[in-house]
Write a protein that binds this ligand. Structure first.
Ligand code: ADP
Ligand code: AMP
Length: 213
């Protein structure tokens, strides 16, 4: 099963993608996580991506597409995957589509997690991320057992540089201009499903599993 998560930054794509990955036994592929891992390790790719990420801008398509196609060509993706944060532009979606076409494959579901802009800034300023294992928490809604410490790997939790309110406004603007058109793109393909992302994460997940079966 090949699934794409769509939605504004902070809508809960990552939170749901991790739960989907676990339930359906497919890898969770997040381009944002791949970039952050590269930044942490000081790679050339990480340094290039950081220039854009810190301003709330998208990393150029050419770079992002290459990374994603390399990742989904790995053996663990043979039975499917859940993409979180990719595609984010129409050209990215077209490249993915062509690559899948060549293999006689297609995206089965594009799940749009719908959260209005008003809720997003509060969500993002409360998000705490583990840069080691990729786990995500929220200081009010989904707190870790011990404040500031990851439940899974005991590393320190941080407020991502790009989750500061000034950058979030930029990311929302970029989302509306460049990513929202994907809703029409996947509607036209007959695979778009929208769920209400404002309810409790367990209820969002129940709506998603209803769709995926
Ligand atoms: P995205 O991957 O779309 O950027 P995340 O999954 O990281 O978003 O979620 C953004 C923030 O909102 C995180 O702090 C997360 O813990 C929190 N969150 C996710 N789902 C919900 C929900 N249904 N209700 C409240 N907070 C949520
Ligand atoms: P995320 O973790 O999905 O919120 O992504 C964090 C940041 O990484 C984004 O704001 C972008 O700067 C960059 N990024 C992640 N995925 C993509 C993508 N598909 N295309 C371009 N930039 C991306």
């Amino acid at each position: 099963m090949k699934i794409i998560m769509l939605g504004a930054p902070g809508a809960g794509k990552g939170t749901q993608a991790k739960m989907i990955a676990e339930k359906y036994g497919i890898p969770h592929v997040s381009t944002g996580d791949i970039f952050r891992a590269n930044i942490k390790n000081g790679t050339e790719l990480g340094m290039e991506a950081k220039k854009y990420m810190d301003q709330g801008l998208l990393v150029p398509d050419e770079l992002t597409v290459k990374i994603l196609l390399d990742r989904v060509a790995q053996a663990d993706c043979a039975k499917g995957y859940v993409l979180d944060g990719f595609p984010r532009t129409i050209p990215q979606a077209e490249v993915l589509d062509e690559a899948l076409n060549k293999l006689g494959e297609k995206i089965d579901y594009a799940i749009n997690v719908d959260v209005p802009d008003e809720n997003i800034v509060r969500r993002m300023s409360g998000r705490r991320a583990c840069l080691k294992c990729g786990a995500t928490y929220h200081i009010e809604h989904i707190p870790p057992k011990k404040e500031g410490v990851c439940d899974t790997c005991s590393s320190e939790l941080v407020l991502r540089d790009d989750d500061r309110p000034e950058t979030v406004q930029n990311r929302l603007k970029v989302y509306h201009e460049q990513t929202q058109p994907l809703i029409d793109f996947y509607t036209a393909k007959g695979v778009l499903k929208t769920v209400d992302g404002t309810v409790d994460m367990k209820d969002v997940f129940a709506a998603i599993t209803n769709i995926l079966g």
